[in-house]
Design a protein around this ligand. Structure first.
Ligand code: ZN
Length: 503
């Protein structure tokens, strides 16, 4: 068949799959934000029918034939080639596993999640052990089906960042351990920390009503420079971002009346994910490359707005002013300096999702090391709590009093998600490298001081966001910063910042 004809068929196939994906995204969005509580059953029937149809299209013989024919066509343009490669990755991941095992695994996942919920509630790790062992066995086998030559944990890392290998992650966490464990100890023993703690408690105790926070979040949306004609916010139990295409992005926020910072910075974080999706080249809409280059790159774009900009000395006063406008009474005795310290409070804690900018990567490092031992050294599952607690003591100087506050805290393993955690920290580290490069090319600090992020977003769009999944992380980092990933930017950024604040 002629190349043009093949590409036309491929385009139709991608649009069809997109249509199912778009519908499922909307159902999920609706369920998390607005739908009445009793709508769960009807929606899950609709979702599973749609997912089943999508799966049928993806795995039918014609799809395999088309994608194989395209893979053998050698004069494809760059964009078509990237779409075909990406589509093939998904196709291979789905079809390399015997259907019987796919179904067993999905049943196991559904059961394991509720077992995990109970185990976490009752601080009973032992009851979760049999499920976790089975999930790990399945995952190891699936990794081998996909690539029998590759080390299983490398195949798992590749799910979340194409091409990522342990070598890179090991080198990254070696740098984190060397540099951030001592930095965390320095901050934890600093006199200034008591002051920061008092300010934090004083501000949170004032109470921030939801009505005021809604207006505040709208103001942050404007400050961030998001496009209201293409992006919307709603409220949900946990913040997340969904993108159907470059003209339809939504994200959610949560309002904590007793923890203002949590809501503000989560909104800036999700706003960063939304910005990435809005700025991907619109020509990639409805295709497999209309997505972030990886989970890692996505996280770099959320963290750069949340931390590098939102919590920076130069830009933070604009957030302070916005808070003051909505909550004049609560903020009457809070100065901009107090608010900056409040925004950058750092103290070792047990729960990853509540961790601050500095300690966050230590939480992730512990999970990475443990997962690596599970998949590459066959660490017995029963030993996880002891290893977990030992690592928290070693790296963060605290020992979880229960498994609920320790090894059972994250939902990922109960879904059979392994290899994901590293992307959270690697992405944060990318943002430091991107920020350092921006400082050489544009008046980055000047833009933050003016409270106008337009020029910064323009740079990120041109150098990172527009590419979507056209290129790998490594290629994008080389385009944007002239070099491959270098973790020292990240540890330097944190050392400079936190040694200054907590001196
Ligand atoms: Zn994120």
């Amino acid at each position: 068949m002629k190349k043009d004809q093949l590409l036309k068929q491929f385009d139709e196939l991608e649009k069809k799959l997109y249509a199912y994906g778009h519908a499922m995204m909307l159902l999920n969005w609706d369920g998390s934000t607005f739908a009445p509580t009793k709508s769960v059953e009807g929606r899950s029937i609709a979702s599973s029918v749609l997912a089943g149809e999508q799966h049928k299209i993806l795995t039918r013989k014609e799809t395999g034939d088309l994608i194989n024919e395209l893979r053998q066509t050698d004069d494809l343009d760059e964009v078509s080639q990237a779409k075909v490669n990406e589509f093939y990755r998904d196709y291979k991941k789905l079809t390399c596993i015997p259907e019987k095992e796919v179904m067993e695994f999905s049943k196991l996942r559904a059961q394991s999640e509720s077992i995990w919920v109970e185990a976490k509630k009752n601080n009973d790790f032992a009851s979760f052990v049999p499920s976790l062992e089975k999930l790990i066995d399945f995952t190891k086998r699936f990794a081998k089906y996909y690539d029998s030559e590759e080390k299983p944990y490398n195949t798992l890392l590749d799910d979340y960042q194409p091409g990522l290998k342990m070598e890179t992650v090991d080198a990254f966490f070696a740098e984190v351990e060397k540099s951030l464990v001592p930095l965390n100890k320095f901050v934890a023993s600093s006199q200034r920390l008591n002051e920061a703690k008092k300010i934090k408690e004083r501000i949170n105790a004032k109470g921030f009503a939801k009505e005021g926070q809604i207006k505040l979040i709208d103001r942050l949306f404007e400050l961030q420079g998001l496009d209201p004609d293409r992006c919307k916010i709603a409220q949900s139990a946990h913040p997340f971002t969904s993108g159907a295409n470059s003209n339809d992005i939504r994200y959610t926020v949560t309002y904590h009346e007793d923890n203002l910072a949590a809501g503000i910075f989560a909104a800036f974080h999700e706003g960063g994910h939304a910005m990435y999706q809005l700025n991907i080249n619109g020509e990639y809409d409805y295709s497999s490359i209309y997505t972030g280059a990886s989970m890692t790159m996505h996280e770099s774009q959320s963290r750069i707005y949340e931390n590098n900009m939102g919590r920076s000395k130069a830009f933070n006063p604009y957030i302070y002013e916005a808070v003051k406008k909505e909550f004049p009474k609560q903020m009457s005795d809070v100065s901009a300096d107090d608010f900056y310290l409040y925004s950058n409070y750092s103290s070792p804690s047990f729960i990853r999702v509540e961790a601050d900018e500095l300690t966050y990567s230590l939480h992730v490092m512990i999970r990475y090391q443990i997962e690596r031992m599970i998949f590459e050294e066959n660490l017995p599952v029963a030993e996880l709590p002891a290893i977990w607690n030992k690592k928290y003591e070693e790296y963060l100087g605290i020992t979880p009093p229960t498994d609920t506050l320790g090894v059972l805290q994250d939902v990922h393993w109960s879904f059979g998600l392994f290899g994901y955690f590293a992307t959270y920290s690697l992405g944060t580290a990318y943002s430091a490298q991107l920020e350092a490069t921006m400082k050489e090319h544009i008046d980055y600090d000047g833009a933050l001081k003016k409270g106008n992020l337009t020029e910064i977003t323009k740079w990120l769009k041109e150098n990172v966001q527009q590419y979507g999944r056209l290129y790998t992380d490594d290629k994008i980092l080389n385009i944007a910063t002239g070099k491959s990933f270098d973790p020292s930017y990240y540890t330097k950024y944190l050392n400079d910042k936190y040694r200054e604040i907590y001196k």
